[in-house]
Design a protein around this ligand. Sequence first.
Ligand code: PLP
Length: 360
Amino acid sequence: MARVFNFSAGPAMMPEEVLKIAAGEMLDYQNTGTSVMEMSHRSNAFIAIASDAEKLLRELMDIPANYKVLFLQGGASTQFAMVPLNLMGENGKADYVNTGMWSKKAIGEAKKYGKVNVVATSDDKNFNYIPALKKEMFDPQAAYVHITPNNTIFGTRFNSLPDTGDIPLVADMSSCILSEAYDVSKFGIIYAGAQKNIGPAGVTIVIIREDLLGRELPITPTMLGYKVHVENESMYNTPPCYSLYIAKLVFEWLKNKGGVKAMQKINEDKAAILYNFLDSSKLFKGTVEKEFRSLMNVPFVLPAEDLNSAFIKQATAAGFINLKGHRSVGGMRASIYNAMPVEGVQKLVDFMKKFESENS
Ligand SMILES: *Cc1c(COP(=O)(O)O)cnc(C)c1O
């Protein structure tokens, strides 16, 4: 079967070039006579893969020297616990912004380890906007402020970062890392699961400012402390070797594409193709307030439930898969991460136009 356009929110589609390289190296990685899957994580070949991955990520995100980069397991959901376990010790309290289901899960987890203050929420409108944030809203004594810059399920995006003064800003970038340029120096911690914009599930990226290390609560399990992973260069135990290898290939692919700024421009163009159509359509409608629209996840609806299901069914048959929206929003969601080519979005819009003319 020919490859389809996969609009899954995650695990998401991968760059075809990367899959081909991985296929070519599957049985014999660079004359080692083994697959990367079969290698010791202490071997020279694998240590080179891991250190290249870090070097490339540092270059792509322009990560300052006073930040450590970790490749961990457990997904972004484990970070929901690791962040409070490692930072809450200072004052026992933290500020969170609630912009959807992933924020809510982070809040729920943090509550187990300290006092959580939800400084703002957009739950009054089913999270279709980002609440306004002013510096005065944050507790100067908070150990950190937690945000979700891109809300995968609701399709919203912070169009600017909050000014938190000296309070470290912690960001769950699972669905926007490497999709647009961020100034890493504005953050205390950035974390992201890989399966949206980086590679296969299994590897989780943590970028942490050095001065935040060594503050873990005494109850913190060894595996959930950042410092132990920093001291062991992400090899305290076996890292997710194969996922990390693919992530390295994706970083090389992104570098060859011109890096994050070039990718951001492509992503803006891709999103505009879809949003311009939604704004001009008589049938399809975007669900998010315009100024907070995500570049990565685009939710939209048709005027009736039977039209939504007819559209999803016909789209799937035409090779546009995984367009069903999350149950909390309904309708459709097109996730258009870095690996989705412009062509895929253009063809989807052509298909939507055809559906519109047949159903109005
Ligand atoms: C997908 C996602 C998660 C969950 O990631 P896991 O790696 O499955 O734990 C958390 N936060 C955001 C913003 C996500 O998009």
